[in-house]
Design a protein around this ligand. Structure first.
Ligand SMILES: NC(=O)c1ccc[n+]([C@@H]2O[C@H](COP(=O)([O-])OP(=O)(O)OC[C@H]3O[C@@H](n4cnc5c(N)ncnc54)[C@H](O)[C@@H]3O)[C@@H](O)[C@H]2O)c1
Length: 354
């Protein structure tokens, strides 16, 4: 059992999740690294996500990500995450989510967490881990470019700043200059004063050694590999910004190869374009395990599909911290029928037939 009493069910609010994650950024990155390694060692089950789409709202979707982590302390769970891009026009976050955690022995769900924060934090932690692992020489990192200045970009900024990444120049481009300005203000308020808006994606990328894509682009719009002549690492979090030609001239590191080569991502388009998977260099776990060597004449592109096992791993951490500090909301009678057969069953039948 998961350490809770049987039939216990708790809710963990976004406020609690946020404070736990923000006070443990380094540990969150370690949890993500451990989970990638467990996934690579086949200690996880991470089925294909299910996409619920709507004919009347083609941009919107709700995705179910079921996942299981095995090993000594097994656990299962499900992230149910909605993406409504038009929300941002009302200054609402695009994504909203809940995460259910299930006991591995009985299958009973025991917690429900606000999970847009778990999801954004695991994404930013994975990007920060990739930056730490894949960048060739941090001393040469003079300029970072952000393309897309939404919630995920803000979380990546917070993880870089919060884990004491050395300051550099930051160039920001978003289709909406108001959103760019909000991210500039966020950096400047955190002491990264050499941060500015640029007017095109090309201008942002030029001279940047690390480029972070966190847009909602649905198909590639940067087609020329020469744009990345100065680039060491591309964190391709939004997955659909780069043309196959760009990927074919780079080292390509994914989180999970089968997952990533689906859903019209740039790696998926590249597989179709080239007719094979030879452009895939390996996974981040392969690099962490020292199983592959990168070609240092090429930029490296990290394209993470985003695995449900990361949400379950980080959700478990947030739940355990919340529970041990008395910050969960327990719903004592959530599960009503606690025995398969009991005297209460008969009494209820009698009451209802009186
Ligand atoms: N790979 C993963 O694990 C993972 C996890 C979470 C989110 N994501 C992806 O990250 C992306 C960003 O998420 P978010 O919550 O920050 O979204 P958001 O809507 O808050 O922000 C996206 C921003 O991108 C801008 N934008 C859209 N197209 C652009 C373009 N062509 N050039 C420049 N800017 C552009 C929008 O104006 C907006 O400000 C989404 O695509 C989401 O699916 C990936």
């Amino acid at each position: 059992m998961n350490g809770t009493r049987p039939f216990e069910f708790s809710i963990v609010s976004g406020h609690v999740v946020d404070s736990i994650i923000r006070s443990n950024l380094a540990q969150v990155i370690d949890i993500i690294a451990e989970t990638y390694l467990a996934h690579s060692a086949s200690l996880t089950v991470n089925p294909t996500s299910v996409f619920l789409r709507f004919p009347e709202q083609p941009d919107a979707r709700i995705i179910a990500l079921p996942a299981h982590i095995g090993g000594r302390e097994p656990i299962s769970g499900l992230k149910w995450i909605a993406s409504y891009p038009n929300n941002i026009e009302r200054n609402m976050p695009r994504a909203s989510a809940v995460l259910l955690l299930n006991d591995a022995e009985t299958g009973y769900p025991f917690a429900c967490l606000e999970s847009s924060i778990v999801s954004a934090a695991r994404t930013a932690a994975s990007a920060t881990l990739a930056a730490r692992t894949l960048i060739r020489d941090r001393r040469n990192l003079k300029r970072i470019a952000f393309i897309g200045a939404g919630v995920i970009a803000r979380y990546i900024a917070d993880f870089l700043i919060g884990t004491h990444w050395s300051k550099s120049e930051v160039a920001i481009y978003d289709l909406n200059s108001g959103y760019s300005l909000q991210l500039v203000d966020h950096f400047v308020a955190s002491g990264w004063s050499d941060t500015s808006i640029v007017s095109t994606a090309e201008a942002a990328v030029r001279d940047a050694q690390m480029v972070i894509f966190a847009t909602t682009a649905r198909s590639p719009y940067l087609l020329d590999p020469a744009l990345f002549a100065q680039t060491d690492l591309i964190l391709h979090i939004s997955l659909r910004d780069l043309a196959p030609e760009v990927l074919l001239s780079a080292n390509n590191i994914l989180d999970d190869v089968d997952h990533c080569l689906t859903a019209e991502t740039s790696p998926h388009l590249t597989e179709r374009f080239s007719g094979n998977r030879e452009f895939v260099t390996g996974t981040l776990a392969d690099v962490l395990n020292g199983r592959i060597v990168l070609n240092d004449q090429r930029p490296t592109i990290f394209s993470p599909f985003g695995l449900g096992v990361l949400d379950v791993a980080l959700g478990r951490f947030a739940y355990e911290q919340a529970q041990s500090s008395g910050r969960v909301v327990s719903v004592d009678d959530f599960f009503f029928e606690r025995a398969r057969w009991s005297r209460e069953n008969y009494l209820r039948v009698n009451e209802s037939t009186c």
